[in-house]
Design a protein around this ligand. Structure first.
Ligand SMILES: [Fe+2]
Length: 308
């Protein structure tokens, strides 16, 4: 599902995997030992199996935007949870978060930013993100899952791709998105955002005014690991982008977008993550799997439950 929703398309992803395979084959035996062989088949290294305590049929899952040892204890308390899914990457998935950021280059190119600029700025930002992650205690939750005997995986970019595709399609289908206010209204029609408004985390204008015209709307900040380079906004403005939609935005990025006269609509973090998670969960539910949402997941079902 993640590949199907990927803005790059299946062919480009197959090419990327082949490139990694070619690179792997050229390595010495010693170098091969340290190579993450998951990269040969999985285009999203921030999404992977983290712990298999027991190889069993999955009938009931606990899923959260963030899974910490606290949620694992919650799973124990609830009981009979066959698998725990964290949306945000953990363990080796977190260590590899910067790897998936490469997809932002292709998205930026699709919106008219020259690939040489996208690649240069992204490379710089990817190494910054990798260094930032380096200091973290990646293994904490995975270690806890081992001790508690729980199955644990993380699914990040595949779900974010689903969110991004959903939002892009929705915006492209709408012909009357003249002003930022119209865009906010459109987002608020989506159940996850509608729900988020109720607890004070609805879509917000970070840069611009509701009365501003949107210009060209770009969905460049929903998927691709984490926030890209703050230097990109000036290039976006030159490429003709008027408004960007993101899940969240740091202050530094906001300032740069403002300086480049780009409007910024922040759809909301938990709600945007939930949107992609829900599209995936609907497929699990069709298979008769029981779902317990936790830790930020706003569960909305778009399909009717059918028992297999
Ligand atoms: Fe997220």
């Amino acid at each position: 599902m993640g590949i199907d929703a990927d803005f790059r398309g299946g062919e480009e992803i197959a090419r990327m995997l082949k490139k990694k395979k070619d690179k792997y084959e050229k390595l010495s035996e010693k170098e091969k030992e340290d190579f993450d062989t998951e990269a040969l088949t999985n285009p999203y290294l921030d999404s992977r199996i983290l712990n298999i305590a027991q190889d069993k049929e999955v009938k009931k899952i606990l899923i959260g935007v963030d899974i910490d040892p606290a949620e694992l204890l919650l799973a124990k308390e609830i009981g009979n949870i066959d698998l725990i899914i964290s949306h945000h990457p953990l363990g080796r998935g977190l260590a590899a978060l910067s790897d998936v950021m490469e997809l932002q280059c292709d998205i930026l190119e699709q919106y008219g930013i020259p690939i040489n600029i996208a690649e240069r700025l992204m490379k710089e930002r990817m190494s910054e993100v990798a260094r930032g992650i380096n200091r973290l205690n990646h293994r904490r939750t995975v270690d806890a899952a081992k001790l508690l005997g729980l199955n644990l995986i993380c699914l990040h970019t595949p779900c974010d791709n689903l969110s991004a595709k959903f939002l892009k399609d929705k915006i492209e289908q709408e012909n009357n998105l003249m002003r930022i206010g119209d865009l906010l209204d459109l987002l608020k029609q989506i159940p996850e955002y509608k729900e988020a408004v109720k607890f004070g985390a609805g879509p917000k204008v970070f840069v611009g005014e509701k009365e501003n015209r949107c210009g060209k709307i770009a969905v460049t900040e929903i998927t691709g690991g984490t926030e890209g380079s703050p230097k990109i906004y000036e290039k976006m403005a030159i490429a003709g982008i008027g408004t960007i939609i993101g899940m969240h935005m740091e202050e530094n990025h906001k300032k740069e977008a403002e300086a480049a006269n780009i409007n910024v609509v922040i759809a909301g973090h938990m709600s945007s993550d939930s949107l992609g998670i829900n599209l995936f969960l609907d497929e699990l539910e069709k298979k008769g799997i029981d779902i317990i949402p936790c830790s930020g997941v706003i569960r909305v079902c778009r399909t009717k439950k059918t028992t297999p």
